[in-house]
Design a binder for this molecule. Sequence first.
Ligand code: 0XW
Ligand code: MG
Length: 367
Amino acid sequence: MRIERITVHEARLPVASGTYRTSSTTVEALDSTLVEIVTDEGLSGWGETCPLGPVYQPHHALGARAALERIGPGLVGTDASSARVVAARMDALLGGHEYAKAAVDIAVLDLVGQRLGVPVSTLLGGALVDRVPSYYSVIVGSAEASARSAAQQVDSGYRHVQLKVAGRDLGEDVAAVRAVREAIGDRARLTVDPNRGMTVAHAIQFDRLTADIPFVLEQPCNTLEEMELLRGRLDHPVSLDETTIDLNTVLRAIGDRICDGFSFKVTRLGGLTKAAVARDLCALRSLPHTVDDAWGGDVIAAACVHLAATVEPRLLDGVWIAQEYIGHHYDPDHPVVVEHGEIAVPQGPGLGVRPRPERLTGQVAVY
Ligand code: 0XW
Ligand code: MG
C-alpha cells in the first residue's frame, strides 16, 4: 500500500458563540489543516491539525502547512502500511514540527485501519469502552457568567467542567471558582485552567484562597521550571498541559514528580502513535490524563476518541472536542458529538469519519 497522492485542505471554523477566551488568547475563528492521503489501492485516509490560533502555543496553521510542504512531496511512494515507516521518512525530511507530522500519522492509521477492516482504536491496543466522557470548557468570564454556563452544561449531562481563569485580578478568579463550585456542587468534577497565566507567587496565593474547594489546577505557570517550583507547595493536585511539548517532557515530568496528571494534546505530542506512548507512561504511575486537541473538526475529534477508548477508564480524565463551539461537521453522516457529556466511539474501519471535501474551505496543495 503506497502513498500515491497527498492533498492538504484547509477548513475555516468560526466559533459558533462568537469568541473562545483563555488568559492568553481570544479567538473568533480557527484555521484547520487537513491531510488526505490516497494510496495506490484507492483508499484515502485523513488527518487533521488545528492549533488554537497563533498564541496559545508555539504552533500555528501556516507553520503546519509549511512543514507539510517540506514533507509532502518526499512521502509520495512511501509504504503507508506502517506509521513507523512513515514517521522515519518524515524525520529524514524535516526535523521537529511534530504537530504537522501528527496529521500524517493520523491519516496513516486511518488507512491501515481501513485496509485491515478494524477501527483505529484496535490499532492502538483495543477499545475498553464504547463511550468516553467529555468535559466542558467554560471561558474566562465574570463569576456570574461562569457559574451560569457551568450549571447549564452540568444540567445537560457533563460530569466534568474546566474553568478558564487568569490574566486578571486574582480576586476575580477566586470569585469565579467559588461561584462555579456553588452552581455545580458535587454534580461534576472541576478543573481550573489558568493557561500559564499565573506567576508562581500567584498560583500559591490562589491555591490558598481556594483551599476549601476541590479541583485540579491545570498548567498555572508558563514553564516547566516554574511548575517545578510549585511542587509540594500547593493543596490542589496539579496537571500539565501546554508544557508537555513532547514525549521526553512527559517522561521528565513523571520522573521528576512535577505533576499529578496531564491534559494531553494529540497533535502536540506528534500524533496518535506517540500519544499512545504517553498513555502507557501514565498507566505505569497511575496518572490521570485527558486525550484532547487544541481545536479542529470531526477528524481530530475521532482520533482523540479512538485513543481515549483505549485508556484505562479510571485514568481517563475526559476528551475535549471543539464540536460544542463549532456547529459544523465535515462528515454529517458520522458526526463526532457530545451527548449527555459523553462521546460515542466511532464505529467502522479506520477513524470512522469521511470528510466531504465540499464541507472544507478548499485545497491548499497537492503532492
Ligand atoms: C480546553 N482545551 C482543551 C481547548 C482549548 O484548546 C484550550 C484547551 C486547554 O485545556 O488549554
Ligand atoms: Mg489546558
